[in-house]
Design a protein around this ligand. Sequence first.
Ligand SMILES: Cc1cc2nc3c(=O)[nH]c(=O)nc-3n(C[C@H](O)[C@H](O)[C@H](O)COP(=O)(O)OP(=O)(O)OC[C@H]3O[C@@H](n4cnc5c(N)ncnc54)[C@H](O)[C@@H]3O)c2cc1C
Ligand SMILES: NC(=O)c1ccc[n+]([C@@H]2O[C@H](COP(=O)([O-])OP(=O)(O)OC[C@H]3O[C@@H](n4cnc5c(N)ncnc54)[C@H](OP(=O)(O)O)[C@@H]3O)[C@@H](O)[C@H]2O)c1
Length: 271
Amino acid sequence: MTDALAAPPPAKPSPYHDLPVLWVRHWTDQLFSFAVQRPEDFRFRSGEFVMIGLPGEDGGKPVLRAYSVASPCWAEELEFFSIKVPDGPLTSRLQKIQAGDRVLMGKKPTGTLVLDALTGGERLHLIGTGTGLAPWLSVARDPDTYARFGRVIVSHTVRNVADLAYRDFFSAGIHDDPLVGEEARAQLTYYPTVTREPFETPGRITERIKSGDYFRDLGIDGGFDPARDRVMLCGSMAMIKETAALLEEFGLREGSNAEPADYVLERAFVG
Ligand SMILES: Cc1cc2nc3c(=O)[nH]c(=O)nc-3n(C[C@H](O)[C@H](O)[C@H](O)COP(=O)(O)OP(=O)(O)OC[C@H]3O[C@@H](n4cnc5c(N)ncnc54)[C@H](O)[C@@H]3O)c2cc1C
Ligand SMILES: NC(=O)c1ccc[n+]([C@@H]2O[C@H](COP(=O)([O-])OP(=O)(O)OC[C@H]3O[C@@H](n4cnc5c(N)ncnc54)[C@H](OP(=O)(O)O)[C@@H]3O)[C@@H](O)[C@H]2O)c1
């Protein structure tokens, strides 16, 4: 037997990138963000999601979960905005990562919260609850968004004011972004709502749409208009279902990558 025959078969390439964590920011005891180094060959469209994970404990299988990429498609680092579920198989451990640690990332981004899945329009409404804000951080930092829509509204509904992660960024920080700052200043409106403590725009986004407050606050006459408005939804399944039903009442139709239309949706978690 020769040495060549005795050699083990070549290892299968891993389906995951193994990436260094660049930074971690904790917003509350339930929410944090982190970034990893972008692999050179990793391409994605703003608004897509990818699998993120950690190696299994005691040599077990890796634990992976879907995560929206919060960075725009041109970014050099990949940012993620995460919940901390105390007994969650992934996030009970992921919430402890620090700069220099490593996380796994799937190689195939996918998703429907992309400009490609919408037909042309004048106003883009990005409606999210909780960590369902993550894809808007990507879409709102993409110059294409402002080239395609004259007005962009980022709506974020959370329980408590402290849960309004990225509030400073959407209120001011994005205006200094080297690529989209000028456009964001002129075209972007940030619309936070809070459900469980007093706030200037209180209540669920669904209630504010139904009452007409959403449109009054934004200076939009007559509600959603299928000829002018395009919508993306991300967050709890209940919010998505209710809002999609409202959009259908206004005459908007759901789109997909294969068949672009007026609105698209993606649950950020079950519940
Ligand atoms: C397409 C898609 C995109 C997603 N993007 C994100 C993202 O960008 N950021 C993010 O934090 N999570 C996101 N999720 C949820 C994520 O995949 C995991 O569920 C989450 O990381 C918790 O993992 P876990 O293993 O700790 O707990 P799991 O066993 O996965 O979840 C336990 C329970 O916690 C609750 N829960 C899970 N995730 C959330 C959440 N994000 N917000 C509120 N409650 C939640 C649900 O009730 C769930 O049943 C996404 C899910 C999908 C399907
Ligand atoms: N964030 C917190 O302060 C907090 C505190 C304790 C525990 N947790 C746990 O963390 C997990 C995630 O909490 P989360 O706050 O990120 O997510 P969440 O429970 O989905 O709530 C996020 C926001 O979405 C709103 N919402 C829920 N259903 C809706 C619907 N059908 N239409 C419109 N809006 C809707 C909620 O309003 P409502 O407030 O009206 O439901 C809330 O403002 C939960 O499993 C929870 O047990 C969170």
